[in-house]
Design a protein around this ligand. Structure first.
Ligand code: ATP
Ligand code: MG
Length: 423
């Protein structure tokens, strides 16, 4: 026996039973972007490693530990994208989109991070994201957050919380970093090993530690809010006021920092009480420095990304997952003339917009009809040699009791009949 191969760890197959729900989710997202004047951009899954090293920051977990990088046949270091923003900014610069004015863009697709797989955490996972390039006004923060919030609400998610913080300007963060490091050095013994290491590399990320002892210790640490200059504070107040105006409840979380180094001013996460440990379903913020960091002109930007796997887990828990689509009709046939004609008839109905499942088993009518029942279709269309000769079919309502019988319908009228009867 030949050994069966398995998918790689953390790489998940999406089976037919799940794809209808994914498509429904994607369709809702697409519609929300359309209404908000956001257009789609598609960038490669594979980019130069340097893009992420420069864009996201060498000292972040994503770049430091989680990237799928390899050397290709041309000796270039390539990386499977761990997130979407850096690629979108690279593409916008490469193709001069920014010289055509501000851009509201969205993207969707797989992302890759070498993490320990667990519920809601995979190595290939999927995101949908929004990137607004060339928007500095605090109202653009509010608009971007509102698009995410309304999308999540439209998807039926409950128990959502918006946590928000201001990371201020690079100067604000530099001042804060000094105060934080000075304080942490006095409390170093109480920090988990990971955080002790970050003290040298990326101290702000310690605030994001998932270690409970470290979190308890941090309750008394200096807060970023106290290092913000008045202009940064005022900007943050405007964002909060805008959210209040839209009745989006925001909880200020002074310890919220995002895992990617490019964020400044507004940073936010939307979490769900229903998700347990992997609580964050959407994360984002302002990244005014990134375009310049990647070789472009100074450009103010705000964006977010949604994790689709976590979104679907939440939808399931809220009982709002869409039902998989069933065909309009299931076509059953038997006989030398009927068999080939069934293929013609199915194609004809499909050309008229109907969803038709064609039974190709060659089994008896009884067995085929059982499968018709299981298909979820409203109608079974029965075709035997007699009907083939008459130019008719028999139509059976599968939602009627067993003795509902069937009606002879001219083949030419079938599409209209199926449509008028509805699903
Ligand atoms: P976490 O703190 O949970 O690791 P993150 O800060 O690394 O999240 P982001 O980089 O902000 O996540 O990505 C945005 C969203 O993408 C997350 O809120 C989450 O829903 C999803 N996400 C991130 N990493 C994974 C993963 N490995 N598997 C599944 N979804 C993920
Ligand atoms: Mg992460």
């Amino acid at each position: 026996m030949v050994e069966q191969l398995q998918s790689l760890r953390g790489m998940v197959d999406l089976l037919p039973a799940a794809t209808a729900r994914w498509q429904a989710l994607e369709a809702t997202a697409r519609e929300h972007f359309r209404r908000a004047g956001v257009v789609e951009i598609r960038t490669p899954l594979l980019e130069a490693t340097e893009l992420f090293a420069r864009g996201i920051g060498e000292a972040t977990d994503v770049v430091g530990k989680e990237m799928y990088s390899f050397i290709d046949r041309g000796e270039r270091s390539c990386t499977l994208r761990p997130e979407g923003t850096a690629g979108v900014v690279r593409a916008a610069l490469q193709h001069g989109l920014l010289s055509q004015g501000p851009q509201r863009l969205w993207y969707g697709g797989p992302m890759f991070r070498y993490e320990r797989p667990q519920g809601g955490r995979q190595r290939q996972f999927h995101q949908i994201g929004l990137e607004c390039l060339g928007f500095a006004d605090p109202r653009s923060d509010v608009e971007a957050i509102a698009i995410a919030w309304d999308l999540l609400a439209a998807l039926g998610l409950q128990e959502l919380t918006l946590e928000i913080n201001s990371l201020g300007t690079p100067g604000d963060r530099r001042r804060y970093r000094e105060r934080l490091v000075a304080w942490l050095e006095q409390h170093q013994a109480g920090l988990d090993p990971d955080s002790q290491q970050r003290l040298q590399t990326n101290p702000l990320r310690i605030l994001d530690s998932k270690n409970t002892d470290t979190q308890r210790l941090l309750a008394d640490a200096p807060q970023l809010a106290d290092s913000l200059d008045p202009a940064s504070r005022d900007r943050f107040e405007q964002v909060l006021a805008g959210l209040r105006q839209l009745q989006i409840p925001a909880v200020t979380n002074p310890r919220l920092v995002r895992g990617l180094d490019y964020y400044g001013h507004t940073a936010f996460e939307i979490t769900s009480g229903a998700l347990g440990a992997q609580a964050t379903v959407c994360g984002g913020g302002r990244y005014d420095g990134l375009v310049e960091q990647l070789g472009g002109p100074p450009t103010a930007c705000i964006g977010w990304a949604l994790g689709l796997e976590r979104l679907l887990i939440l939808q399931e828990r809220s009982g709002t997952a869409a039902a998989p689509g069933a065909p309009d009709a299931y076509l059953v046939s038997q006989g030398d003339a009927a068999g080939p004609l069934a293929v013609v008839l199915a194609r004809d109905l499909r050309r008229q917009g109907l969803a038709v499942e064609l039974d190709l088993s060659g089994a008896g009518f009884g067995k085929q009809l059982k499968r018709a029942d299981r298909s979820g279709a409203r109608w079974a269309v029965l075709l035997g040699d007699r009907e083939a000769e008459d130019g008719t079919v028999r139509l059976k309502d599968l939602r009627q009791a067993a003795d509902g019988g069937d009606a002879a319908v001219p083949q030419a009228d079938l599409a209209a009949r199926l449509r008028s009867a509805g699903g």
